[in-house]
Design a protein around this ligand. Structure first.
Ligand SMILES: [Zn+2]
Length: 330
């Protein structure tokens, strides 16, 4: 590892870095003061677009077009928590079993139905609109933006109002939204702070922001280093430990209210596979999003306890953050 002095850190303004990954086009720099890691130099937008193949996961069929068990489970949980219609397949189930499942899966209900005075939600990086279709079912007036052409076409076919481009280009009016959701955007975008500042402008005073991204300080990241499942430069451009994620939210003006961890159970088996096979054998993008091993369910069951332990230790794979635009921000 070598240290270098280059541009200033997006979050803390320091300019001392450790170089911990390099190829001819870019390096991975970790800020010695705050721990933010990033690809340097940040590629141009056109180069970023080339990273996403036409069959990228965001193009998958949207949830409401086919009543999958997974989607119906979510509806069942919503029916328990918010008194919404219960999917047909669960109508004969015992009430205690529905209550138990609703309790176990309650974290899935990140955004509740709109409360009084709330109406509009924005999903930044909405993909093909799967999550927005769900929020529409909950009663929200939904908007999204997405840079991927194929995903935008699918979302619009589902009747969603989706802007094709990044958030700063969308030009939504000031204070348009009650809630803004970022799904795995901050690690992919060339300008996470610009995105958050724009979200701040777009939120009504008192409005809520929710985001999630991979945790650079996760147990698996620390154990496996460059073989970590989420270490995929330059697709992932920024790597946030929890403290830097909170810091960038505060820098954009938000008050951070909550930060929590959740480790998808398929990450550890994937990391292990990644570690035991020569990395050059496969295209990282395809490998990350298209492996559905036959033993997936078995692997998930075996690895589920590790996920729970990681989350309990506060070293989970994905960090979720929830913040608010202060009421008196002007
Ligand atoms: Zn820094």
């Amino acid at each position: 590892m070598t240290t270098t002095k280059l541009a200033t850190c997006l979050i803390c303004g320091a300019s001392d870095y450790t170089v911990n990954g390099q190829n001819p086009q870019w390096s991975i720099l970790t800020c010695n003061r705050c721990g933010l890691a990033f690809v340097y130099p940040i590629p141009e937008m056109a180069q970023i677009m080339e990273l996403y193949p036409a069959d990228y996961y965001a193009h998958r069929e949207a949830v409401t077009r086919r009543p999958t068990l997974r989607a119906d489970l979510k509806r069942m949980v919503a029916s328990e928590i918010y008194d919404l219609p219960l999917p047909h397949r669960f109508q004969s189930w015992q009430s205690w079993s529905k209550k138990l499942i609703a309790w176990l899966l309650r974290y899935q209900m990140r955004i509740p139905p709109p409360r009084q005075g709330q109406r509009r939600v924005l999903d930044v990086g909405c993909g093909n609109g799967t999550y927005l279709l769900w929020l529409r079912e909950l009663g929200w007036e939904c908007y999204g933006n997405e840079i991927d052409t194929g995903a935008v076409i699918e979302a619009r076919q589902a009747g969603l109002d989706v802007f094709h481009g990044d958030l700063q280009q969308a030009g939504y009016p000031v204070e348009s939204f009650d809630i803004i959701n970022f799904s795995s955007v901050l690690d992919h975008t060339a300008d996470p702070l610009g995105n958050l500042r724009e979200a701040f402008r777009l939120l009504k005073p008192g409005g809520e922001i929710i985001a999630h991204c991979p945790n650079f300080a996760s147990l698996q990241s620390q154990l496996f280093g460059q073989n970590w499942y989420n270490y995929i430069p330059p697709e992932h451009l920024y790597y946030f430990p929890p403290n830097t994620l909170m810091a960038i939210f505060e820098k954009a003006g938000f008050r951070v209210e909550k930060l929590w961890h959740k480790s998808p159970t398929n990450f550890l088996p994937h990391t292990l596979m990644y570690r035991t096979r020569a990395r050059r054998w496969f295209n990282p993008l395809k490998e990350h999003y298209h492996i559905e091993p036959e033993w997936s369910i078995l692997a998930k069951s075996i690895f589920a306890p590790f996920s729970l332990i990681q989350d309990a230790l506060g070293r989970g794979e994905t960090i979720y953050i929830q913040g608010r635009k202060p009421v008196s921000s002007r």
